[in-house]
Each structure stands twice: as structure tokens, then as C-alpha cells.
Design a protein around this ligand. Structure first.
Ligand SMILES: [Zn+2]
Length: 97
């Protein structure tokens, strides 16, 4: 279970802070999850986000929980996490941005 505060991956301008390596890939994955979940909240379908487990790469599912955290899970391999502090980030495609 990955608990992520999205702001920890962003620089002062709101861009992805890690430039290379696993942290960068994780940040890109998280951004994709936020974009998909927030678009879904508006009723807009997006390309599925693929599991970050390289041996899996199945589409994950995401929902927005009552406390506004995005909960994502891979039904295939069981990887899952929660993303907080994503509202108003670059990837927030929900209403009001
Ligand atoms: Zn998986």
C-alpha cells in the first residue's frame, strides 16, 4: 500500500520534481492516476492507467474516497495506494480548475 502526498513530488511551480529514475516514474504514474480519477469524477473517460508493477502492467482502477483521497488498486497483482493533496494540482481534471 502506497500512501502518497502528491505535493511531495512537485516543485514550487507544480511540475514533477524528480527528473530521472524510479522517483520520476512513480511521479508520472501518480500523475496519470490523478488525471484519470479526476476526469472520471467529471464523467469523462480516459485511457486506462497501467499498473506500475512491470511484471503486471494491467489497467488499475481508481476511485475518489469520502475524504477526497484517490484510492487506486490493481485487481491483478493487488498493488494499491492512496493519493492525497492532489486537488488543484496540474493533473486535477475535475470541475473547478
Ligand atoms: Zn498490477
Amino acid at each position: 500500500m502506497y500512501f502518497t502526498d502528491l505535493t511531495h513530488f512537485l516543485d514550487a511551480k507544480g511540475a514533477i520534481a524528480p527528473k530521472i529514475g524510479p522517483a520520476r516514474r512513480l511521479a508520472e504514474f501518480l500523475g496519470g492516476v490523478v488525471a484519470a480519477a479526476s476526469a472520471q469524477e467529471r464523467g469523462v473517460a480516459t485511457e486506462p492507467v497501467l499498473c506500475r508493477n512491470r511484471k503486471c502492467r494491467r489497467p488499475i482502477t481508481s476511485t475518489i474516497a469520502g475524504d477526497n483521497a484517490i484510492e487506486w488498486v490493481c485487481a491483478k497483482c493487488g498493488e494499491q495506494g492512496r493519493i492525497t493533496n492532489w486537488r488543484r494540482s496540474f493533473w486535477d481534471l475535475s470541475e473547478g480548475r
